[in-house]
Unconditional design. Structure first.
Length: 138
């Protein structure tokens, strides 16, 4: 039995009402998709632009091993994110997780893979046994 006031429950829509609501939803969805596309295009244009960099910014990019002569806003954003992730005062775990997610790795998975590599090197042999994973789809 439904909760709340049964008098406020709406009945099933007529085919015309359902069609009209679907039409309105489709129009709204199209507007939202266009708005997101415009925002994405603007951000891509801004990130690909070449900013005016201070000497401090140029030195920072060089220290990170980046080409400072053709640096874009994208490069400075990456540098700022790396500095946030590895700040001398306190490392930012969220920034580190974000960096790994952007490059398509999960931090814990990457750490475990590196641990396995180190153990294999220490033992002097490669583990060639296959791993069987059982996956169930509900």
């Amino acid at each position: 039995m439904p909760r709340g006031n049964p008098d406020k429950l709406k009945g099933a829509l007529t085919p015309e009402e359902a069609r009209e609501q679907g039409r309105r939803g489709g129009i709204a969805s199209g507007k939202a998709r266009r708005r997101k596309k415009e925002l994405r295009e603007r951000l891509e244009a801004i990130l690909s632009a070449k900013p005016e960099l201070s000497e401090k910014d140029l030195a920072q990019l060089k220290r990170l091993g980046m080409d400072a002569t053709g640096a874009t806003n994208d490069d400075t954003l990456v540098a700022a994110l790396l500095n946030l992730a590895t700040s001398e005062k306190q490392w930012s775990l969220d920034a580190i997780k974000f960096i790994y997610s952007v490059i398509g790795e999960e931090p814990l998975t990457a750490l475990r893979e590196r641990e396995i590599e180190v153990k294999e090197r220490e033992s002097g042999k490669e583990d060639t046994e296959a791993v069987v994973v059982n996956v169930k789809f509900d």
